[in-house]
Design a protein around this ligand. Sequence first.
Ligand code: GCO
Ligand code: MG
Length: 410
Amino acid sequence: SPTTITAVDVLVTSPGRNFVTLRITTADGVVGLGDATLNGRELAVAATLRDHIVPLLLGQDAHRIEDTWQFLYRSVYWRRGPVTMTAIAAVDVALWDIKAKLAGMPLYQLLGGASRSGVLAYAHASGRDVPALLDSVRQRIEEGFRAIRIQTSVPGVRTVYGVSSAPSPTGRYSYEPAKRGPLPAEEDWDSQAYLRHIPGVFETVRAEFGAELPLLHDAHHRLTPIQAARLGTDLEPYRLFWLEDVTPAENQEALRLVRQHTTTPLAIGEIFNTVWDYQTIIREQLIDYVRSSVVHAGGITGLRRILDYAAQYQVKSGMHGPTDISPVGMAAATHLSLAIHNFGIQEYMQHDPITSEVFRTSFTFTDGLLHPGEEPGLGVEYDEDAAERFPYERAYLPFARLADGTIHDW
Ligand code: GCO
Ligand code: MG
């Protein structure tokens, strides 16, 4: 039939950073793209797709999205996990791209149509000291952002998550955690120094930019429950939009203690991959925002299931959108964010300009809002010739040690 899958390609490229893309082609020549990028473990997903999943897709009907999702989820037997769920996500998104192209509609139309005029996006601002941070916030506001994530250095700590140390080759002063090279970079950490420093930073940012600007912060899984409760309480005067990943992600119960102590809204889940990771924290209303991306939580199909569950408990979306979500993943996020009812906010870290030599996108960013555009499907094209100019380079995320050498959560 015309919608039979006749080719599936796993494409690895590194325009500015590594990306894995799945390309599915039907007998009629309709092409769908899915993002399969798992930062620092890219080739594991590429191998799962190439060696195990591609043979299962050839000859199948591209229209059967739900059945394909269930087949890939249940037939693996070893369910869940980031590698499997990222691979499933890439297939799922590529099939949605094909279905929307065949329908002649932008994907958000198939997902129920627009629920809003645009998708509120937040940017990253960071600085090695407070004046540099304030400059970074100003720059983001000038770029049009209406919500800003604040990360800053901590006195006495050499390198801190979320703070850029140097401008990129293209001049953009942005933070990129994955470092090319044979070994991961070692960073250091001191939770007490961090807890002492951060509230004053937010006090200064609020004093400078006023009460209305939505401010976010990411604690990147580093605190114990009682430390997280302290931070949430200390930040209450500054009315954060959210405080993200305060405790390590494995322990859902940890958030009970945090929640008892603070009204600072909580977000978690960028490293979760199924609804089961959220079971307790959504049912007990321990969080306010779901951080999962389309890419790491089983695609449009997987993430929509999580968000429908979340909606029953007034929990909203806050999809992960760092540079390690490729333009394909960002496009999918924008379509889904436009369509769902319980949208909260969308992270938009912005790719290095060189990335657009490979990925041609049609989503737009205007006055603080993302819009997926009106191209049929996802609205992303992959330039294979350009991609070949940027071969894969091994890159690792950093890890952290305390002053006495103990490994800490990064
Ligand atoms: C975020 C994230 C990222 C991650 C990165 C790891 O909130 O955007 O925490 O910065 O660290 O995606 O690959
Ligand atoms: Mg985060």
